[in-house]
Design a protein around this ligand. Structure first.
Ligand code: SAH
Length: 263
């Protein structure tokens, strides 16, 4: 494979750790249900180890890769139409550019931007019923944490608002080339069916503001909203962000939203 060719440059700045183990690649692709969507978007396909198995299930795939050299490699080696092999930073890509309205996301995600990737997925969550991918274990811990746990935070609440999160399996570092410093795990996100009853932007604002001072009681950390009518009647103000469950965050946001409406 080209990764063993000395001419090929591994780009540290693009967080390149290529998966070598084909069985793991197959297993990751098989996690997708391929239901309720036609298209699959792969983030950072690299040399295409996931892509080759993905093509067994769907032709309708879009690859988004930041490294121009890898783009040439993918265009040469995969029979996917050129305009679906997209040379772009995923964080700057929008599904509207290619008119995608429902798709799954897959990837062995670049480690240093995994939180940003998750926020990007959250931004377009209405289009994304499923996501499967490899993250560093620390990020997996964060998105699977519950109230009261040390790693419970902004991403835990926001991801769990929209998705059921399943930790599928852990992989050893040896399955990558080069070998990374961090451990990895594969997670599956499946869209929750219940619709959001509060405003999405306001939810993001409440959660971020509350966790800015995670150990303070909400009556203090949410001072931003104290001008609202009957602010002090809002539920949970005696609790701290780190203690508030996802459900409670949704209720809190709704109560703030109602007061903004009366403001
Ligand atoms: N999926 C491949 C490669 C994983 S390494 C495999 O499993 O072997 C991460 C990949 O993400 C690399 O190909 C890297 O070039 C790409 N990448 C890094 N940052 C990116 C970004 N912002 N947008 C899109 N791709 C990115």
């Amino acid at each position: 494979m080209r990764m063993h060719n000395p001419v090929f440059r591994i780009r540290n700045k693009f967080d390149q750790y290529f998966l070598k183990d084909k069985n793991i690649a197959k297993k990751i692709v098989k996690i997708l249900s391929f239901q309720d969507y036609d298209s699959v978007v792969e983030v950072g396909p690299g040399l295409g180890i996931l892509t080759q198995y993905l093509l067994n299930y769907r032709n309708n795939i879009f690859l988004i890769e930041i490294d121009g050299e890898l783009i040439s490699f993918l265009r040469k080696n995969f029979s996917i139409s050129r305009n679906r092999i997209i040379h772009k930073d995923f964080l700057k890509w929008s599904p509207e550019e290619v008119n995608l309205r429902k798709f799954a996301i897959i990837g062995n995600f670049p480690y240093s931007i995994s939180s940003k990737i998750l926020f990007h997925i959250l931004r377009y969550n209405q289009y994304i019923p499923e996501c499967v991918g490899m993250f560093q274990k620390e990020v997996v811990k964060r998105i699977t944490s519950h109230a009261g746990e040390k790693t419970y935070g902004i991403l835990s609440v926001l991801i769990q608002t929209f998705y059921e999160v399943k930790h599928i399996f852990t992989v050893t570092k040896k399955v990558f080339y080069p070998i990374p410093n961090v451990k990895s795990a594969v997670v599956f996100l499946r869209k929750k069916n219940n619709p959001l009853h509060c405003d999405k932007d306001l939810l993001f604002k409440c959660v971020k503001t509350a966790f800015n001072q995670r150990r303070k009681k909400l009556r203090n950390s949410l001072q931003l909203f104290k001008h609202l009518p009957n602010f002090y009647d809002i539920s949970f103000l005696n609790k701290r962000a780190e203690e508030l469950s996802v459900k409670e965050f949704l209720k809190l946001t709704k109560e703030i939203e109602i007061r903004i409406g009366y403001d």
